[in-house]
Design a protein around this ligand. Structure first.
Ligand code: BGC
Length: 789
């Protein structure tokens, strides 16, 4: 008997037998009890994800490989957390984001399909300026997350459009943090209303893709707080997302996931974030430092990270209390997941209904940039259309990389036109189809990990074709396409930011031929980021900025062209005259400072994709003067300004009233908008505030409110209300680390764009105020020679 007891004690102490019936269980026992019962090894395995299958072949691993382990609970998901059955802790499945759920559409040995809806890209959604609409997109997207058995979607993405060349701008919303934060909050609330989680990313100042894993971003505290952190702050305060994803880059010398100031001081202490923080995939270098910083989860997780954490605790280099704190954050979210609750997902979301959601959302965020002599909507007489441009036949629904969704189908522009009852010229269609087919044969399929195919250069169309087309069609459309994505920035070159000479010649030739016969030409921009327009925009009659509208893009464009939908999108990022006019042009994407040997960029290797060890840095010398804050303060002319967009109708603004002439705790502004045209339409109304520059320099004005009217019938009016609170007046003072407002006169400007101001009113602030003191955090180690007006 004595021997038996000793044997049993030995087995238990070596963990061979566990008394699962007596161990505390997550959900039944308090989280604190579960943590108290966890062994160090279990804690470490919970904060380090399980691993991931890298499905792509690389030079290093030609057959693809698995890093760590993977359970493939949902094939194609980006990662899972570890399960600890002894304590009743299940895995959590996380998958990309942000334009829809990214999972494998097919599974070996399974006839069923698992397609997800490709919704419009983030930039388009922000261009709707409609938080209710974005919320409804989020609801539909979140339903797919739930019904495909995923717990957290890795989105939305909300980095600021600091520079038009950032390869992932399409995933992000705007150059303005107020638009960014409010659209993101609406998206998070919509998705999470399904009982699943989001991960707002990439926190923070991840504004370039070049050397993304090792770029040190040197930026002032003021620019961080007002521009790069603010959108995240709004989203956290208004929506409390389940999770936040830290970014790859360093901020003022420290990797984001290892950055205690960024994660614990700002996100958790200053803003009160309650969920957990995860790294971007393989982000950060030092696992123990990541844990200590308050970055709760390391994804997708590598076995060596787990070992490093255990070692650091055992050697007294990492306080186990830090580990416990992170474990608690993760467990608190696991408790909310559908997987923990045992939700029986259907694998059958209502894709048909969601296709309608994406079709409508896309048409609401497309922007009419030009419409001379009411070229659009096409009048009844226009029935036959010549569709020029490769992209008319091969629509771009979204960008490349982890943000790419596996949708069941996509609607090309020509299909959308046909669905709307137009006849698309077949000869021209045959010419393009044959050209595209031939150009794609023998072409390099992909330019490496996560990158899309090499684009087919625009078909050169001679004058003979345009003149023959004009005789047999009523109008012409020219679609110009651009795509970009993760791991690579765009270039200020022809074929990317600038149009190629073939594209410009095409526009010229078609316009000359069609205008000679008094027929209209429409240019459609099917792009994910800003391009140069100034040198060619005078040529065509109309320009529709369609962005990348998800799987129904062709139908959404056609809805606008035929007039079923009156365009109501407006620009959430400026279109400058030329690249050199961008305030960060000389500081983008940064410079290489290290001499570390490089894996070949074209090799498509994991090292190139995730862990490129090339030390580089960038200094945000433009400070807070990003986008319209720069153009409008420094009087730099632009091609299309922030907030701009046309409609098929006209609107009159009147009766701006402020609730008071003196600012107390808040001020309410009301303004009436009337549809003065002939067709029903919606109008985005923008509130800018110009503040006195006393202790701090100030931009000419800043967006502090926006609203979209309902669909107003001709002659109908709506009164809109905006509330300005303490925060609306304040700027961040790095000396006192607080948000402050100066006494003086403030001007409220109600505009149809940042330049088209229709109504103004003033109020005064009687004395200087401090709105909130924040942690002293993220202090740059070098002096930054920042731009000042
Ligand atoms: C991207 C993230 C993405 C993650 C998982 C990373 O390469 O930067 O946005 O969520 O991969 O796929």
């Amino acid at each position: 008997m004595k021997h038996k007891i000793i044997a049993l004690i030995t087995l238990v102490s070596f963990g061979v037998i566990s008394f699962s019936q007596t161990a505390p269980q997550l959900g039944k026992d308090p989280v604190s009890k579960v943590i108290a019962a966890m062994k160090l090894e279990e804690k470490a395995s919970l904060v380090v994800g399980m691993g991931m299958r890298m499905n792509f072949p690389t030079n290093e691993m030609p057959g693809g490989t698995v890093v760590g382990q993977t359970q493939e609970l949902v094939p194609g998901a980006a990662g899972t957390t570890c399960t600890i059955p002894r304590l009743g802790i299940p895995s959590m499945v996380v998958a990309d984001g942000p334009a829809g759920l990214r999972i494998s559409p097919t599974r070996p040995g399974d006839d069923a399909t698992y397609y997800a809806t490709a919704f419009p890209v983030g930039t388009l959604l922000a261009s709707t300026w409609d938080v209710d609409l974005v919320n409804s997109v989020g609801k539909a997207m979140g339903n797919e997350v739930l019904e495909y058995g995923v717990d957290v979607i890795l989105g939305p993405g909300l980095n600021i459009h600091r520079n038009p060349l950032c390869g992932r701008n399409f995933e992000y919303y705007s150059e303005d943090p107020f638009v960014t934060g409010n659209i993101a909050a609406a998206m998070v609330n919509g998705i999470e209303s399904n009982g699943v989680g989001t991960s707002i990313k990439h926190y923070a100042a991840n504004n370039a893709e070049t050397n993304r894993n090792s770029l040190n971003t040197i930026v002032s505290q003021r620019a961080l707080r007002e521009i790069y952190l603010e959108g995240f702050g709004i989203a956290v305060k208004e929506a409390q997302p389940w999770t936040v994803m830290s970014s790859y880059n360093l901020i003022n010398g420290t990797y984001a996931p290892e950055n205690y100031d960024l994660i614990t001081k700002v996100l958790k202490n200053d803003w009160g974030f309650k969920g957990y923080v995860m790294t971007d995939w393989f982000g950060g270098r030092d696992a123990a430092a990541i844990v200590a910083a308050g970055n709760d989860l390391l994804m997708p997780g590598r076995p060596d990270q787990k070992e490093a954490i255990i070692k650091a605790v055992n050697e007294g280099k990492l306080d186990v209390k830090d580990l416990d704190r992170n474990v608690e954050k993760i467990l608190n979210i696991i408790l909310q997941t559908p997987r923990f609750k045992g939700y029986k997902y259907s694998n059958k979301p209502d894709l048909k209904t969601h296709a309608q959601v994406t079709r409508q959302a896309a048409s609401e965020g497309m922007i009419l940039l030009k419409n001379n002599n009411a070229a659009l909507p096409f009048p009844q007489e226009v029935k036959k259309i010549a569709a020029f441009g490769n992209t008319s036949y091969e629509i771009i629904t979204g960008g490349t990389g982890s943000g790419d969704v596996n949708e069941a189908y996509s609607v090309a522009l020509v299909e959308g036109l046909q669905n709307a009852g137009y006849t698309v010229n077949e000869n021209l269609q045959a010419l393009y189809t044959a050209y595209l087919k031939a150009a794609k044969e023998g072409r390099e399929r992909s330019r490496g990990f996560m990158m899309g195919s090499v684009p087919v250069s625009e078909l050169a169309i001679g004058d003979d074709i345009t003149t023959s087309m004009v005789n047999v069609t009523d109008a012409a459309i020219i679609t110009i396409g651009r795509n970009s994505g993760e791991g690579r920035d765009r270039k200020a070159e022809e074929g990317d930011f600038y149009l190629t000479s073939t594209e410009k010649d095409l526009i010229k030739s078609v316009c000359t031929a069609y205008h000679a016969k008094d027929k209209k030409v429409i240019v459609i921009l099917n792009i994910g980021g800003v391009v140069e327009t100034a040198s060619w925009k005078d040529l065509s009659d109309a320009i529709l900025l369609a962005w990348q509208g998800g799987q129904e893009t062709g139908n959404s464009i056609a809805d606008i062209l035929c007039g079923n939908v009156n365009p109501s999108g407006k620009l959430a990022s400026t279109f400058p005259l030329k690249y050199d006019d961008v305030s960060s042009a000389k500081n983008f994407p940064g410079k290489v400072i290290g001499e570390t040997p490089q894996p070949s960029e074209e090799s498509g290797g994991i090292m190139a994709a995730f862990m490129r060890p090339r030390d580089s840095e960038v200094t945000y010398e433009e400070g807070i003067y990003v986008g319209y804050r720069y153009y409008n303060t420094f009087n730099v002319p632009v091609s299309y300004e922030f907030g701009y967009g046309l409609s098929y109708t006209t609107f009159e603004y009147s009766g701006l009233k402020l609730s008071s002439r003196r600012f107390g705790k808040s001020i309410t502004a009301t303004v009436t908008v009337k549809n003065t045209g002939n067709v029903a339409g919606k109008e985005v109304v923008e509130l800018y505030l110009a503040a006195p520059a006393v202790r701090l320099d100030k931009p000419e004005s800043e967006l502090k409110g926006f609203a979209k009217t309902k669909l107003l019938q001709p002659g109908e009016s709506q009164t809109l209300t905006f509330v300005l609170d303490n925060w609306s007046l304040a700027s961040f003072d790095p000396v006192s680390s607080s948000w402050i407002s100066d006494a003086g006169t403030y001007t409220v400007k109600i505009g149809a764009s940042s330049k088209d101001i229709r109504q103004t009113a003033t109020f005064s602030l009687g004395k200087n105020i401090t709105v909130k003191k924040e942690s002293i955090a993220l202090v740059p180690q070098v002096e930054i020679n920042e731009l000042k007006p």
